[in-house]
Each structure stands twice: as C-alpha cells, then as structure tokens.
Design a binder for this molecule. Structure first.
Ligand SMILES: NC(=O)c1ccc[n+]([C@@H]2O[C@H](COP(=O)([O-])OP(=O)(O)OC[C@H]3O[C@@H](n4cnc5c(N)ncnc54)[C@H](O)[C@@H]3O)[C@@H](O)[C@H]2O)c1
Length: 268
C-alpha cells in the first residue's frame, strides 16, 4: 500500500463499476482514501469495492441510479453513516450503452427519449450527486465531474451526449462559485477517447483509426491517465485550482485535425 495523499479522506466515485470510474476509485483507494464505489450496475460496483479491499484498501459498493434523487440521497446517506463525511466526489457516471448512446445520432430522427435519458443521467445525475454530497462535506472538499472533448467540438452524431457534457463544464463553474467560499473546489476533466470496453464497443474500427490519426502523440489515454489527473485534482496539491476544465486528449484538440490525418495517411 502506497501511503498517500488521501490518507484519512473519504471519496465517492460514480460510474465506478467499470472503465474510468473503476480505475479512479482504485487509484484514490491506493493512495489511502476510503472509497464508495457507486454504480447502477450492482455487480460492477461490488467488483470494484472487492478489488480495493483485496489490495488492502477500504471500499464499499453502492448500488444507485444517479438520475433518481431518492436513490442518490440514500447512497450519500450510507456514505455519511459509514465514514462520517465525504471529502472527494468524482461524478463520472454516464450513459454509454447502445440503447441510448448508440441511438444518439441524426437529429431529424432522434427519439426524444434518447435525449432525455442522456440528460437525466449525465447532467441531472451530476447535479443530484453534488446537491446531496455538498452537505456532507463539512471540512471543504474536492469535486471532479467527467466531461469529454465531445463538449468542446461538434460531431456528426451524439448531439445529446455532447450537449450534456458541455453543460457539465458550465455546471462546474457554478459549483466552484457557489461553494468556493466553503472550501469546496470543483473542476472537470475532458478526456478524448479512452480505450475502455464501453468506448471500444461504441466505435467502428474506422472511427478508432480516425481518432488515432487526430492525436498528436502516438498514444491514447488509458484509464490510469484519467485516474492520475483525478487524483491530482482532488488532492491538496491542486488546492488553488477550481472552476477549470482540464482536457486530456494526447493533443487531439491542439491542432487542425486534417493535417495530422493527411500525415498519417501518407505514412509508408
Ligand atoms: N471512454 C472514453 O473514450 C471517454 C471519453 C470521454 C469521456 N468519457 C466519460 O468517462 C466516463 C466513464 O466512461 P467509460 O468509458 O469508463 O464508460 P463505462 O460505461 O465503462 O462507465 C460508465 C459507468 O457508469 C455507469 N452508469 C451508467 N448509467 C448510470 C446511472 N444511471 N447511475 C449510476 N451509474 C450509471 C455504468 O454502469 C458504467 O459502469 C463517462 O462519463 C464518459 O462519458 C469517456
């Protein structure tokens, strides 16, 4: 066990049953935090908590749909009852499944239910998590919301997803402003493609190749890269950082993509 920046701290991570959330929960626990691994997928939440405990940390599974206020209230109350308070919130859950994200395509034929479910989970879910966690942060705290590069540029598909992630960037500034005076910081992370199972399932090989071509660096972000950043943004080393969105994209948005695509296509 690495002694760490989160010794004695309590962290709550949503969407912790797989992918980025599972890695962030594990990372905060490795550095000493008692972690609540929250997910609508009970088996996923249990697996993450079990992994944390198997490595000598403290992990508790919480089954909760973040779009449902009663469930959020109950999950946060369980954290407070078990650990006394929450110091760190990573609100990371989002709809990434084929039934919603997979049907978030052309607007003319968009099923409004797809738009609504995307907003319910990605945006209302984050708001509900903040709403109910802030009252159990008596000594200040750090909040990170998972946005996406999809918030910062347009695309031919996924308007609901992109709009929900863009709204989170604005929401980050409001939370930072409202609760800064109480010592609560709020920042967002905006990753480009992270090769989780969910992301790989959602993309065709051609789309994955295009993403690779758009990166300036030869490597994509891994879940551990997001976990490093989330750990930094929620530990005391970033005590003066609030209201910001940090883009983690291997250079994807730092340039005009067609140039890199041409260079990639002309490689021998
Ligand atoms: N993977 C990427 O390329 C990428 C890029 C940018 C941003 N993101 C964001 O990172 C986050 C995690 O993505 P991931 O790739 O790890 O996906 P993932 O599907 O592995 O993780 C999302 C988790 O959220 C959970 N979840 C879904 N709906 C929920 C609900 N209503 N209540 C509680 N939990 C719920 C899922 O069960 C899942 O465990 C998401 O916010 C996603 O939008 C991912």
């Amino acid at each position: 066990m690495v002694s760490g920046r989160f010794d004695g701290r309590v962290a709550l991570v949503t969407g912790a049953g797989s992918g980025i959330g599972a890695a962030c929960a594990a990372r905060l626990a490795e550095e000493g935090a008692c972690v609540g691994a929250l997910d609508v997928n009970a088996a996923g939440a249990r697996a993450t908590a079990a992994t944390i405990r198997a490595r000598g940390g403290t992990g508790m599974a919480l089954t909760c749909d973040v779009s449902d206020e009663k469930q959020v209230e109950a999950a946060v109350a369980e954290m407070a009852a078990s650990f006394g308070r929450v110091d760190v919130l990573h609100s990371n859950a989002a709809v990434f499944d084929p039934a919603v994200y997979g049907r978030d395509r052309e607007l003319e034929s968009l099923d409004v239910a797809v738009w609504d479910r995307t907003m319910e989970v990605n945006l209302r879910g984050a708001m509900l998590m903040v709403k109910h966690t802030v009252p159990v942060m008596p000594d200040g705290g750090a909040i990170v919301l998972t946005s996406s590069v999809s918030a910062l540029v347009g695309d031919a598909v996924h308007a609901a997803y992109g709009a929900s992630k863009a709204a989170l960037i604005g929401f980050t500034r409001y939370v930072a402003t409202m609760y800064g005076p109480r010592g609560i910081r709020c920042n967002a992370v905006a990753p480009a493609l992270v090769l989780t199972k969910a992301a790989q399932r959602a993309m065709t090989p051609a789309q994955l190749a295009d993403k690779a071509a758009e990166r300036l660096l030869p490597w994509a972000c891994a879940v551990e890269d997001v976990a490093h950043l989330v750990a930094f943004l929620t530990c005391d080393e970033s005590r003066c950082l609030t209201g910001q969105t940090l883009v983690l994209d291997s250079g994807t948005l730092a340039h005009r993509p067609q140039h890199a695509v041409e260079r990639w296509r002309s490689r021998p």
